[in-house]
Design a protein around this ligand. Sequence first.
Ligand code: TRP
Ligand code: SF4
Length: 405
Amino acid sequence: MNPVSSQHTRVLSGMRPTGSLHLGHYHGVLKNWLQLQYQYECFFFIADWHALTTHYEDPEVIPGSVWEMVIDWLAAGISHTDSKLFIQSMVPEHAELHLLLSMITPLGWLERVPSYKDQQDRLKNLDLATYGFLGYPLLQAADILIYRAGLVPVGEDQVAHVELTREVARRFNHIYGREPGFEEKADQARKKMGKKAAKLYNHYRKAFQENGDHQALEAAQALLEEQQNITVNDRERLFGYLEGSGRLILPEPMPLLTKASKMPGLDGQKMSKSYHNTIALRDEPEIVEKALRTMPTDTNRVRRSDPGDPAKCPVWQFHEVYSNEEVKHWAANGCRTAGIGCVECKQPVIESVLAELRPIQERAREFEAQPELVRSIIAEGSEAARHVAQTTMVEVREAMSMKHL
Ligand code: TRP
Ligand code: SF4
C-alpha cells in the first residue's frame, strides 16, 4: 500500500519492558490493542532502547523483561499474525531516523516536554542528566514516524510525546518537502490523475484553502488515496499541496487516547508495581485468591454486623470492573445493610478474576513451553517491521541529501 494513504489505517504503539504485566496493563492497554488489531494494520513493539535511557547502569535486567513481556502480550491474545510484534533495537533504522531528526529538533522543544523534568524529579536515585534521556521523546517520534503511523494509542501521560512527534514531522516536511519547482510538479501530478479527479481535487483544495472547509480536505485526501496511477512522490506532493505545504514525507500522527482504566490495585490506588498492589497476569490462582481474600475493605466494618460503605472499599471498585448489575446491587445493598459479610462479597470478584486469568495463563504456559516459537515470532515481526522502516528511510535519506550512491 502507498505509505501516505496507509497512514490512516496504521496503528503503532510501544511499551517499555518492565517485566511481567498485571491486570492494570491488561485492562488499561492490552484490551484496547486486542480491539485495534482487527481494525487496523498494527505495529506493537517493545521499547528496549527507551528502557536503556533509565537503566543504562543495570541493563542486564532488560532482556528478561523483554521476553516476559512478549509472552504476556501473546498470552493476552495479541496476535502475531494480525499485528507486527517486534523489538525496537532489532530495527536499527529507528536509531538512524532518531539521529537524522535530532539535526532539526530545537533543544527547547525537548527541554519543554513535561515528562523530562517530572521524571528527573521523580527518579532522584538515577542520574538522568544525559543526552539519551533528553532525547527520549524524539526517539519515540522516530518510532512513530518511521512507520508513518496515523494513530498512536497512548495514555494521557504520552500525549505530549505524540504532540512533539507532530511538530517534528511538520518541521521535517517544511524543510525537506519543499523542492525546487514544487508547484509545477504538483500541477503535473494533478493532471496525471485524469480530468475528472483533477477537477474534483481543485475544487476541494480551493474549498479548504479559501474557506477552511475540513470536510473538503478529507474528501480530497480520500480521493488521493483512491488514485492508482500516480507515484509515491506525486501523491506526497498532492497531499502537501492540498494543505499548502511541500511534500508530506512524514505524515503527522494522531494520539488515540486510551481511557484511563478503572482497574484499581488491591489497596484501591492505581495498580502499579511500585505500590506493591498488583495481580500479575501469571500469578498462580492460589496467590490471586489469597491476595483478594486478604485485601482491605471499608475500615469502618470492624464487625460483621457493622454496615459499610462501598464507596470506601477497594473491593467495590473490583465489582465495578467485574460484576453485572445484579451482583453489584447484591453487594452494595448487602454492604450497606450488613446483610452480607466481606468474605461473601469478595467471592464473585475472586471467581471473575480467576475466570479472566484462566485462558491467559493457559496460553502463557503454551508459549513458555516453546521459547523457540516465541523467538521466531519476534524475529519474523522484526523483519517485517524492518522492511517498512527501510522503505521510509530511503526517502528520508534522499530528502536530507544523505544518499550518496
Ligand atoms: N514512551 C512510551 C511509554 O513509556 C513507550 C513508547 C516508546 C511508545 N515508543 C513509543 C509508545 C511509540 C507509543 C509510540 O509508555
Ligand atoms: Fe467492601 Fe463488600 Fe465488605 Fe462492603 S461488604 S466493605 S463492599 S467487601
